[in-house]
Design a protein around this ligand. Structure first.
Ligand code: NDP
Length: 409
């Protein structure tokens, strides 16, 4: 398949590429925020898509409901012990049921015109890579894949000739504003950040922030993990690393600006002084629709922008003292691929611990920083060359973070 892998680090997709919009679709992480938004779009035009497989981790009731509603051929639940329940719920429907991590990978390998990669965290890595290897279109929501395994992932994309279309709103915006332009023409890519729910909170307030406050994002409705990442600004750090792998620029050409209204999603500055920005209401169905329909467009029932009503769009520099996660991500990017794997694994452990009430909000970035230091001292930053090496390093980072966790809370 031709196309958007060319938007990757070094080449550009031909502007005139003619690609048939996908008909068959698999959704990995169907029960999550991105998965449900994807199926909402599919449900509005059911004749345009045929669902090959839907997957979830443990929400078996919702998975079965979605599989029946969208007439999926296969439903896979990640937790193996839930197989019996899934099979019972699908009895008499003709929908195949499967369970376990290998079944997730098998589902991702089944031929589909497009695979929506929307599992959260490094757990999505093996299934997403399996989808990449079938050389199809990957609508990539799972940013942790690129953070944890950027080189391995992008190499697999190139080898398979897969088309990688970003779903993250900032990267979808950059993809649109770059539109195949070569890297030599681009001066800078500026990702916008809402600033999260704690944008104006003092250090003392942040120290006492509770999970339910961190989950209450002011502009976006998202899953728990990315909501916490948005509150710490680690989400923007992960996105810098994601952008580095997706677009033909160097790390120093990537920037972040806080834009509380979440209307402008990314700005691409060209060498002649032009800046192309993409705007849309903060609703993930716009970038999802773009990834599904690219290079065409499809209807999305999102709020239309009324600039007069919005009246003003504001921008400010991120406060990296109150929100050190951004600097940690830059530090990991500078240290190399292995450091990004460690950053991601440690962050997943820290977010889990915060949501479980085991550590405070400011401890999230502190635990990631401590884990990066400990990993550097152990010489763990060599870039992993294979999926197995990435998974092994991810495991080591998680074990380190868990052992350091004992000194917190
Ligand atoms: P959610 O937490 O809402 O959903 C995650 C999905 O992954 C669910 O279907 C969940 O199943 C499944 N899942 C969780 N853990 C596992 C596992 N170990 N194995 C297999 N499946 C698993 O996440 P979001 O939809 O918010 O985010 C998905 C990805 O998209 C993330 O990488 C996020 O960073 C990215 N993203 C999200 C945006 C958003 O607006 N939500 C915006 C941009 C990017 P179950 O329901 O059964 O637990």
């Amino acid at each position: 398949m031709e196309m958007a892998q060319g938007m990757g680090r070094r080449a550009a997709a031909p502007r005139e590429a003619q690609v048939t919009p996908p008909r068959t679709l698999t959704v990995l992480g169907a029960t999550g925020s991105i998965g449900l938004s994807t199926l909402d779009l599919v449900g509005r035009d059911p004749d345009a898509f045929e669902i090959i497989a839907l997957t979830a981790h443990r929400n078996v009731a919702r998975l079965a409901e979605l599989a029946i509603a969208h007439r999926a051929r296969l439903a896979v639940i990640g937790e193996a012990h839930l197989y019996g329940e899934l099979k019972d719920r699908l009895a008499g429907t003709g929908i195949e049921a499967a369970a376990g991590t290998e079944a997730l990978v098998e589902a991702a390998s089944r031929k589909a015109d497009c695979v929506m990669a929307a599992i959260v965290g490094a757990a999505g890595l093996a299934p997403t890579l399996a989808a990449v290897r079938q050389g199809t279109r990957i609508a990539l929501a799972n940013k942790e894949c690129l953070v944890s395994a950027g080189m391995v992932f992008m190499q697999a994309v190139a080898e398979a000739g897969a088309a990688l279309i970003p779903v993250d709103s900032e990267h979808s915006a950059a993809f649109q504003a770059i539109d195949g332009a070569p890297g030599a023409l681009i001066e800078r890519i500026t990702l916008t950040a809402s600033g999260g729910p704690f944008r104006s909170w003092s250090h003392a307030q942040l120290a006492a922030a509770r999970p339910e406050q961190a989950l209450a994002h002011p502009t976006w409705s998202m899953g728990a993990k990315i909501s916490i990442d948005s509150a710490t600004l680690m989400n923007k750090g992960l996105e810098l690393i994601e952008a580095y792998h997706l677009f033909p620029v160097e790390a120093h050409q990537l920037d972040v600006v806080v834009h509380p209204q979440s209307i402008v999603h990314c700005l691409v500055s060209y060498r002649d002084g032009s800046v192309l920005a993409q705007m849309a209401a903060p609703d993930m169905r716009t970038p999802i629709a773009y990834a599904l329909a690219w290079p065409s467009r499809m209807d999305a029932p999102t709020e239309r922008l009324d600039l007069v009503r919005l009246a003003s769009l504001t921008f400010e520099a991120p406060d990296e003292e109150r929100f050190p996660a951004l600097a940690l991500a830059r530090q990991a990017m500078a240290a190399g691929g292995g450091a990004c794997t460690v950053l991601n694994g440690a962050n997943e452990i820290a977010v889990e611990a915060f949501l479980a009430g085991a550590i405070g909000f400011l401890d999230i970035a502190a635990l990631v920083a401590d884990t990066l230091d400990a990993a550097a001292a152990k010489g763990l930053f060599a870039p992993a060359q294979t999926l197995d090496e990435v998974l092994a390093l991810d495991g080591q980072a998680r074990a380190l973070a868990r052992s350091l966790l004992e000194g917190y809370g």
